[in-house]
Design a protein around this ligand. Sequence first.
Ligand SMILES: NC(=O)c1ccc[n+]([C@@H]2O[C@H](COP(=O)([O-])OP(=O)(O)OC[C@H]3O[C@@H](n4cnc5c(N)ncnc54)[C@H](O)[C@@H]3O)[C@@H](O)[C@H]2O)c1
Length: 255
Amino acid sequence: MAPAKVVLAGANGHGRHHLGILRDLTARGLVELAGVCDLRPAEVDFCTPLQSPDLGELIAKTGAEFTIICTPINTHADLAITALRGGSHVLLEKPPAPSIEEQRRIAEVVAETGLACQVGFQSLGSAAVPALRRLIAGGSLGRVRGIGGSGAWERPSAYFTRAPWSGRRRLNGVDVMDGALTNPFAHATATALALVDAPPHRRDRDRALPRPPHRVRRHLLRTDPAGGRARDHHRGHAVRARVGATARALPGGAR
Ligand SMILES: NC(=O)c1ccc[n+]([C@@H]2O[C@H](COP(=O)([O-])OP(=O)(O)OC[C@H]3O[C@@H](n4cnc5c(N)ncnc54)[C@H](O)[C@@H]3O)[C@@H](O)[C@H]2O)c1
């Protein structure tokens, strides 16, 4: 089987981690990194992909079947739609979009093209998730009333000054919604949601709150980017995200 042609959009930040994975997949003959889309040239030491800041042009020239999008949050919807319309499946870094409206825009083009758009929640690839789902569904863990996630990453000032969009709610008049709850804790929320489609306990169900999963995401997206706490309900279970990140004063005051 010919290696799958891939384009990576956003290669100089977390995209370097994707480059490492692509290097391994290339060595195994599974992937060909056909193109890199970035506003700045990127160093690639294992092949010589075409480089361009124009994603649509790059996909058309390379015939890429898969596009990895690892760019600032405010660019996700436009780039994902460009890739899908170019005929490419998408691996979209989290959080997928800064608002429900932008997420809907992506979902509409996914439905229209029939192509896949997977969000980069790597915890969902862990064998622990289906194992826990089985334990919950089989009742071995007893009655599950809620699922919480906590994290204790340290984010020094340099993390929030590495890029203009980092830690911003809005930038140049557009939503970014980057913050502890919306970004790193999106992993916790997504993982919690992946665990709880076991039928809720009768008493919880009788509380009868309508709880589409997007309520949780919308709630989180509206939370103070500097930190905070969010709680909502999903199929009868409380879903909580708690912030344990350490905040330090930024030079020039709060953003
Ligand atoms: N899954 C994870 O664990 C994880 C970890 C870190 C970051 N991320 C996500 O990855 C994404 C990128 O984060 P980052 O920390 O690498 O950001 P960054 O700002 O450090 O890097 C973004 C890269 O995208 C490029 N870029 C910016 N606008 C572009 C455009 N319009 N077209 C093409 N390239 C463009 C920049 O030049 C840069 O190389 C974010 O969505 C972030 O939340 C995910």
